[in-house]
Design a protein around this ligand. Structure first.
Ligand SMILES: Cc1cc2nc3c(=O)[nH]c(=O)nc-3n(C[C@H](O)[C@H](O)[C@H](O)COP(=O)(O)OP(=O)(O)OC[C@H]3O[C@@H](n4cnc5c(N)ncnc54)[C@H](O)[C@@H]3O)c2cc1C
Length: 494
């Protein structure tokens, strides 16, 4: 049975199948976002195929979220134990690097995707291996690894879920020096003696934490004055202090102007714009990401390649006539986070299904696109450094830029009983940002050991726009770090 004949049980697609194969929905890119778009569409009764040219599971599973957190977890567990008298006496030495890499390799399934391919299969979603490119309206041409070509047509929608790639700045010598990007930083199995990390954002801070804990001498080179510049300023300050306490050299206000690795496998030298030089065994460029739109056939549908694909709140690309093109996840540049991309996928999948059925979005699904505000207002993020930095919603600056009248209150987390029990000499800080016109929380940031698990309380408060007078009656359990909410509300009430 061919997928064009039925929306229930699509047949598998092989290179060389004659003529275009028709599906209801074609998804390009089988990262976490593409998998979820296909799943939502298929669950709504549509036939779906995903096209993937590397590993099913995408960047997140093999070179980003999973391996990075697997590398960090042993470091954070050891640090937690060292901060508790009675436990610290039993901790001597650092992590067992071989065991850390082995555990990390388990979480990446050894960079094999059989497990996720099996899931696609069990979900009734077809897979075509190869590079997919748009080939005019509702058409996707796939170049298969064997050199064949598979042509697909979409009855209802094509969803571009091609993610993003690391950007290495075009500095003299950079390409030849074979620097690390996030891919090598999350998959390497040898600890460099000296690691230079260029960039002070989330990836730079997390990887500096991980590789320092694994034994590298780490130097961070940060162009601006702050680490974690998208968070409240105290987050970057506390994380920088802790990195320095752990032995990382953090150099702010310096840019790299050239890279040189004269002998393959030998040391690399970075020239700095202050005239200085830094020598290291490896250099990681954690200097941002670009959407994968450059080789996607966008020109065949009158879109310009290279930049993020602009979308509406249902993740549809409004610039394309006919409303059949969607862009979901990192590729639309809205929020480069797996959970946000998967959220968008749920929204987009429901919107595709509703439009395919000819039903207005508002009438179909109160959980759907017309209510999709979280990309703008309540994005949560945890930075798994030591201490963790966790934030949901807006910073004070972002809220003011949006014209909100806000008041923020701050609390020293060390004064909360649950925090003091969690770690001796607990160092941490919390801020709550309140929209004073509506008396609702629009942002919260916590920095300290163990705060990552606290974050969802803030996400709930922000996304649900809980009035402060109701939040007052949400009693945090004693003695947990969550009691910080009481301290924040007391500070606000005065
Ligand atoms: C080091 C690091 C750590 C991170 N940690 C976290 C974290 O802890 N939590 C979090 O929420 N986010 C984290 N992120 C971000 C997260 O990885 C991304 O937001 C997420 O992977 C985006 O998912 P995606 O499906 O949009 O794209 P991707 O995961 O990039 O998947 C896109 C897929 O599309 C495929 N593809 C691309 N072009 C084509 C084509 N033309 N044809 C066929 N296939 C194609 C790719 O091979 C890939 O499999 C991290 C990122 C990095 C770099």
């Amino acid at each position: 049975m061919s997928p064009s004949e039925s929306t229930e049980e699509p047949a598998s697609v092989r290179a060389g199948d004659a003529g275009p194969v028709e599906y209801d929905v074609i998804v390009i890119g089988a990262g976490p976002v593409g998998e979820n778009v296909a799943d939502r569409a298929h669950a709504a009764g549509l036939s779906a195929v995903v096209v993937e040219h590397e590993l099913v599971g995408g960047e997140c599973s093999y070179w980003a979220c999973m391996p990075s957190k697997a590398l960090l977890r042993p470091a954070l567990a050891l640090a937690d134990a060292r901060r508790v008298d009675g436990a610290s006496q039993s901790v001597d030495g650092g992590p067992d690097t071989g065991a850390v890499f082995k555990r990390r390799d388990g979480f990446t399934s050894g960079w094999r995707d059989e497990g996720q391919v099996g899931w696609l299969d069990s979900a009734g979603i077809d897979l075509v291996r190869g590079r997919g490119r748009l080939d005019g309206a509702r058409r996707v041409a796939v170049e298969t690894p064997e050199g064949g070509r598979v042509e697909l047509t979409a009855r209802h929608a094509v969803a571009v879920c091609t993610g993003s790639r690391a950007v290495v700045p075009p500095l003299p010598g950079a390409a030849e020096a074979r620097p690390w990007t996030s891919r090598e930083a999350t998959s390497a199995s040898e600890v460099p003696g000296r690691l230079a990390v260029v960039g002070g954002g989330v990836v730079g801070c997390e990887m500096a934490t991980a590789w320092r804990a694994l034994g590298s001498e780490v130097t961070m080179l940060v162009r601006g004055g702050r680490l974690l510049p998208r968070m409240e300023p105290f987050a970057g300050e506390l994380v920088a202090d802790a990195l320095e306490d752990a032995g990382v050299t953090v150099r702010r206000g310096v840019g790299v102007t050239a890279v040189e690795r004269p002998a393959p496998g030998g040391p690399v030298t970075l020239t700095l714009d202050d005239g200085g030089r830094v020598e290291a065994d490896e250099v990681l460029f954690a200097t941002g990401r670009a959407p994968r739109t450059d080789d996607l056939g966008l020109e065949t549908v009158d879109l310009r390649p290279g930049g993020p694909l602009e979308v509406d709140d249902s993740c549809r690309v409004p610039a394309v006539h006919g409303g059949w093109l969607y862009a979901v996840g990192d590729v639309n540049g809205r929020a480069l986070l797996t959970h946000q991309g998967k959220y968008q996928a749920r929204i987009a999948g429901a919107a595709i299904a509703a439009r395919a059925a000819g039903v207005p979005l508002l009438e179909t699904d109160r959980w759907g696109a017309h209510a999709a505000t979280a990309d703008h207002l309540a994005v949560p993020q945890v930075v798994f450094t030591d201490p963790e930095a966790a934030a949901a919603g807006l910073t004070v600056t972002e809220a003011e830029q949006r014209g909100l009248r806000v008041r923020s209150v701050d609390v020293d987390l060390g004064g909360v009983a649950g925090a003091a029990l969690y770690a001796d000499g607990y160092r941490g800080h919390a801020r709550m940002v309140v929209d004073t016109d509506r008396e609702v929380v629009v942002g919260a940031t916590f920095v300290g050991p163990g705060v990552g698990e606290l974050l969802h309380s803030a996400t709930l408060a922000v996304a649900a726009e809980v009035p402060l007078e109701r939040l007052w009656h949400a009693v945090p359990a004693y003695p947990t770090i969550s009691e910080v909410w009481l301290r924040l509300l007391e500070a606000y009430r005065g």
